[in-house]
Design a protein around this ligand. Structure first.
Ligand SMILES: C[S@@+](CC[C@H](N)C(=O)[O-])C[C@H]1O[C@@H](n2cnc3c(N)ncnc32)[C@H](O)[C@@H]1O
Ligand SMILES: [Zn+2]
Length: 266
């Protein structure tokens, strides 16, 4: 198997032998039975269970499987298809692999990696999508060589500018919440709703294109609960907010995303 990871401890090339990746200093990383490799050494962990917890991962899997975000998935996969020909694509903060898998399908002949610091998310991803290469790793210190990624995809994941500039050889595709994204839900918890603005161009990149994708959906309450649970404002939902939701049969919600593409300049 030809996988181009570098050692997260000493940055030397990792070679594949017998279900294990090893560097010349004998740091070794085993593949789990689901097919992913854990490249997050304990000394690089800032908490015991970093990244999205199991409840968030399950909620995201349940929600995404219903297809309400497929228009974003299709748009990102289409961009990647047009921007990369037989190259390396890395999905940064890939979660449970919904987008990673679509990138692999769309960009045939490309090598597609998905990395996430949440072991729960990567386990789900690798189990369902064995055609992609998944690893538990930090996107703040990703286990790849300089300029290894022709395209980096970041969908609602944190942006670490220095690392993006180090790794990216050509294009960075970022999906982030659009101005009206989940407005109807936010109205329930905030007195005044702040509208999202696009992400700013990271250092070392220039703006290449930007569009806004919008769709309105009517969701039943169990689906709405999954949607809330997979977002950061799940923490803001108090018992009275959940109770108010449960009084309804369904709810109309705006889904809106910025799709920003940046080109490497230096
Ligand atoms: C909002 S979720 C988005 C997941 C996926 N891109 C999607 O849209 O379905 C953000 C993801 O970033 C991951 N994450 C957060 N900090 C990270 C880090 N330092 N390194 C790698 N992944 C990280 C979380 O574990 C989580 O899966
Ligand atoms: Zn090493």
């Amino acid at each position: 198997m030809s996988l181009n990871y570098v050692c997260p401890i000493c940055a030397a090339k990792l070679s594949f032998t017998d279900k294990t990746l090893k560097c010349r200093s004998n740091h070794s990383f085993d593949f789990a039975k689901e097919g992913y490799v854990n490249l997050l050494p304990v000394q690089n962990k800032k908490s015991k269970d970093p990244g999205d917890n199991i409840e968030m991962v399950q909620a995201r899997r349940n929600f995404l499987t219903q297809g309400h975000y497929s228009f974003l998935q299709d748009a990102v996969a289409d961009k990647v298809k047009r921007l990369s020909q037989g190259k390396t694509i890395i999905d940064f903060g890939c979660g449970e692999g919904f987008y990673t898998q679509a990138l692999q399908k769309s960009a045939v002949n490309c090598k597609v990696y998905g990395i996430d610091i949440s072991k729960h998310a990567v386990k789900y991803a690798a189990k369902r999508y064995p055609e992609c290469h998944f690893s538990v790793a930090s996107i703040a210190q990703a286990p790849f060589n300089d300029l290894q990624a022709d395209v980096i995809v970041s969908i609602f994941a944190p942006l670490f500018e220095t690392e993006l500039a180090r790794l990216c050889n050509d294009k960075l595709i970022v999906a982030s919440p659009g101005p009206m994204h989940l407005f109807e839900l936010k109205q329930k918890i905030y007195q005044e709703v702040n509208l999202h603005t696009p992400v700013t161009c990271p250092t070392g990149f220039e703006s290449y294109s930007e569009e806004v994708l919008t769709k309105t959906v009517i969701l039943d309450i169990p689906t709405t609960k999954n949607l809330v649970m997979m977002t950061p404002f799940a923490w803001k939902f108090r018992p009275e907010h959940w109770h108010a939701l449960e009084q309804k049969e369904n709810i109309e919600i705006t889904l809106e995303f910025y799709l920003s593409i940046f080109k490497k300049t230096t």
